[in-house]
Design a protein around this ligand. Sequence first.
Ligand code: HEC
Ligand code: HEC
Length: 276
Amino acid sequence: MKYYVAGGTLAFISAVALLIVMTVIEPARMESFTRSYESRQIEQGALIFESNCLRCHGPQGEGTPLGPPLNRADLFNGEYLSAIGWSSTLRDFLNSTVSAGRPLPSDGTNFPQPMPTWSEAFGGQFRPDQIDNVVAYIINWGDRAIAGAQPTEITDDLMMGSDIFIELPEGDPEAGQALAEGTLGCAACHILSTVGPPWAATDGLPGVAVRGAIRVQQDNYTGNATSADEYLIESVVETNIHVVEGFQPSIMPTDFGERITLHDMADLLAFMQTFE
Ligand code: HEC
Ligand code: HEC
């Protein structure tokens, strides 16, 4: 009898314990789910920003002669919104500005072109979820901008990432050769075998240094590069964005952007440029 009581109590206690554990874990699980959803949104937004906004607003939103800085404290701390009399949230401001653009430049700005329209609803190219993503990406600069931190300074030992338009330091072809023949293994597929397209000129095709200029002109080209050099960089850091005819995607490792620095990329580029 005693045991029954104990057993019942035990079952009751474990049920309560389970309930407590669940109520503690569930919000944490939800939160981590929300966090990973948000970071996916930011990642997607970063890609949209790089291909569409960077040329006017700068790689880190620091502004260029074509567009104002977006990565600035007064945009995130409310000063700017109250100065222009915006009564809703920052997200809302960004969402409507990006969606509708600014068909006519507002007074006092002397940018050569107005801010384009981006949302399909206004004749632009993006779906609402894509607008949300790029807005999430801009908002993700907020904490650092308010803290007064400068956008990350671009130094040579920064990891390359996937921005093919980033300004590279001067490269050294010999250092690039050492990388290609060493741990990165490029030579194994591109020089010593034909697992990948040979870098050297072959019958009918010039070397890889000139090939890019031809590839980006072809109708079936699916990447963002506009020059031979950009094409070479893109081939390394956005491997699958364009797959060379006759080859399969993902044979070439897709993570070089996370493994090499800006300096490494510059060296590899300088080495590839020797294959004319
Ligand atoms: C052709 C250049 C150009 C491109 C491309 C461009 N913008 Fe703009 N953007 C501008 C200009 C110019 C302004 C300022 C317009 C004005 O105030 O009259 C602006 C303003 C903005 C503003 C409002 C800033 C403020 O201080 O009020 C946001 C937000 C913005 N752009 C986001 C984006 C996003 C996101 C993209 C990419 C999807 C993008 N822009 C692409 C030129 C550009
Ligand atoms: C395991 C084999 C392999 C390795 C290692 C490899 N690649 Fe590739 N690479 C390929 C294949 C396969 C393709 C063709 C498919 C494609 O376009 O993604 C390719 C495509 C390319 C192209 C485009 C060539 C053209 O003709 O348009 C360039 C440039 C390139 N790789 C550079 C590199 C560099 C630089 C490295 C080292 C950092 C490297 N690859 C490492 C297999 C490899």
